[in-house]
Design a protein around this ligand. Structure first.
Ligand code: FMN
Length: 327
């Protein structure tokens, strides 16, 4: 496939992809704003019925001809999610053994060359190479550009590789494209928009933050899955000695993980309401306008390293145009 062919197949005009961010952080308002501006908007995972509604709303807003993506986390996706995902043009998967579940364009986000090879062997139309700078759950162990180069060397120049991690400004998009990326994938920058579902106070903290930490603290129900967050009360309380979190908390999460993972996403709000900064049962729930106010200091304030360079909340469509201006 020649460079740009994947975007052309999807009808994406600008090589700017908004990363899927689950739990209501990236809903129909954000995805529609990005796709409407010529990029590729992505709705993040939600309970299946809610996801279905968000996809419908984005479709209605966008009208025909505009592309839309959905992001599904493999450990949590159930039959209802794959059913709902049929409304999207592209399905982006993350975390777990890559396997084709969809007849749509399938893109798998990877943190290593081996994972990218496995995704291609399983029939993925493209992969996203995720660098260690990324916000949210982080599969990458090396800087994004390095992983892009290694992945392209291994998979060949004709296989589309998108790039995620640390991309926040127009110059970053240009560097990614010049290095051979099919498109730039941005999470943190689009989290800091009017349209994202992040709680207002979370957006405020993002604007003021300079430092992130890669931890496993918020791993109840999703253990052994490093995630990058900005500091809050829970981090200060539990990460003093070990940035990954106390060994006994990680062990507890690993033990209870298989059980908690069986709780359907729609029931997990009960666990979210019990979450306190001083209790070590800390889950991955996103801090949205609809979540309990306490979660701001007891939940994960996901953000990538680029948060240090970002100090404003912007309309998403304006960002798409600006990010793509040199392409
Ligand atoms: C707030 C937030 C939530 C995220 N949630 C998800 C998710 O649900 N699924 C997923 O595949 N990736 C998720 N990610 C990771 C992104 O897909 C992407 O790799 C990352 O945002 C890129 O790095 P950046 O934040 O520096 O732009 C999330 C990232 C952020 C910042």
């Amino acid at each position: 496939m020649s460079r740009g062919a994947l975007l052309e197949r999807l009808g994406v005009e600008r090589p700017v992809v908004q990363a899927g961010m689950g739990g209501g952080l990236a809903g129909s308002a954000l995805a529609a704003a990005v796709s409407g501006a010529g990029g590729l908007g992505t709705i993040g995972i939600l309970p299946a019925e809610h996801l279905n509604r968000e996809l419908k709303a984005a479709r209605e807003h966008l009208g025909p001809g505009k592309p839309l993506a959905v992001n599904l986390l493999l450990p949590f996706a159930r039959r209802g999610h794959w059913e709902a995902a049929k409304q999207a043009d592209a399905v982006v998967t993350f975390w777990g053994k890559p396997r084709r579940h969809t007849a749509r364009v399938w893109i798998h986000q990877c943190g290593s060359v081996d994972e990218a090879r496995n995704a291609r062997a399983a029939g993925a139309d493209a992969v996203i190479a995720q660098g260690v700078e990324a916000g949210g759950h982080v599969r990458g162990k090396v800087p994004a550009i390095e992983l892009l180069e290694r992945t392209r060397d291994a998979l060949g120049r004709d296989y589309p590789v998108l790039l995620a991690g640390g991309i926040a400004e127009p110059v970053d998009v240009q560097v990614a494209l010049e290095a051979g990326a099919e498109a730039a994938v941005l999470g943190t920058r689009f989290l800091m928009t009017d349209e994202s579902g992040a709680r207002k106070a979370y957006k405020q903290r993002l604007m003021e933050s300079r430092e992130t930490v890669l931890t496993e603290l918020f791993g109840a129900g999703w253990p052994n899955a490093p995630h990058r967050v900005i500091w809050n009360e829970a981090c200060e309380r539990w990460l003093e000695d070990d940035k990954r979190g106390p060994a006994w908390v990680r062990k507890l999460n690993a033990t209870t993980g298989p059980l908690l993972r069986r709780v359907p996403l729609e029931r997990q709000t009960v666990l979210m309401r019990l979450q306190r900064a001083d209790r070590p049962l800390l889950g991955p729930f996103a801090v949205t306008e609809g979540s309990p106010p306490r979660l701001l200091d007891a939940g994960p304030l996901y953000a990538g390293e680029s948060v240090a360079r970002l100090h404003d909340i912007r309309p998403a469509a304006e960002l798409v145009a600006e990010l793509a201006c040199g392409t």
